[in-house]
Design a protein around this ligand. Sequence first.
Ligand SMILES: [Zn+2]
Length: 352
Amino acid sequence: MARFHIRRPGTHEAVTLGTENGTWQPDPGAGDVTGTEWWAIPGLVDAHSHLANEVLESGPGDPVGTRSRAFAYLERGVFCVIDKGWSDTTVMTLTEVPPTERPDFEAAGEIIAVPGGYFPGFREIDPAHLAEEVKAVAAEAKGWVKLVGDWPRKGRGPLPNFDLDQLRTGVEAAHEVGARVAIHTMAPDVPSMAVKAGVDSIEHGMFLTSDDVAVLGERGGAWVPTVVRIEETIAMLGAESSGGKLLTRGLQNVGGLLTDAIAAGVVVLAGTDFATDLGDVASEGLRLGQFGMSAEEILMTLCDRPRRYLGMSDGFVSGEPADAVFFDADPVLSPGVLTHPVAVMRHGRMLA
Ligand SMILES: [Zn+2]
């Protein structure tokens, strides 16, 4: 049996745990101990990822790449991913991959939009049929449905893809079949509509208002601001373009709203959305931290809060999979270490 001193962030006491058959054991017995100077967490969570594809703006997704990206996530210490949709490639591929070679995952499957309301080639529907479409997509997905709430139209700026009643119907349909709804929104108006309609998770959502976060927080709804993604999009569009100016305004709004949202009970989560190095959700967490979060809150955002939201345990529980991500300093004192684990153990086995 391998033995580890598990020192959790922010504490000075270590517990000694052993692993057997990939699970934690309560009574590790005698023997050499590994990792005595390491701090451990039960794994990072990326709440907005797209494993089916390598880049934004293309193709249906490839199974071989999906598999290797999933393993790369593990190597960065990401043990759970919410895939916010692309095609159904993620679910079909990862269902066949053993959990020792991929993170745990939930996934939205095929992204739902309207003609002209997203990158071309996704599920372009008649908004009047949103409820049936949501149910059809949810049947092939894993726990989520992803809607595109707004999208820029040439010369007209961003426009909503659905109205409030349509969104309500879509959310009800998803909840009927046990799926949560995530919505992409980068413009004003749609965040408020989505919150009213009962959408579970607001993706980007730079134009949420303080009234919206109060309502969202009340029901424990989620918000994944993807700040690094927004900054990259601003750079891509040009800061002086109309889109760049709008997003810059949105980013300022995020900065002013973030700590209030957490205080109101909103489940603020970190998501990479193609914008960081593969699986480097820690960098998004650190970037969110620059909006006034303490180091403890950064760790909460990357680990504890999403685990609770997804119904996972606190980790390090006897009989549960022996998962640990190790750092050579306490991430509460030095959050920068979160981007560079010194070792990663997945289901009792150290990854090379
Ligand atoms: Zn995305």
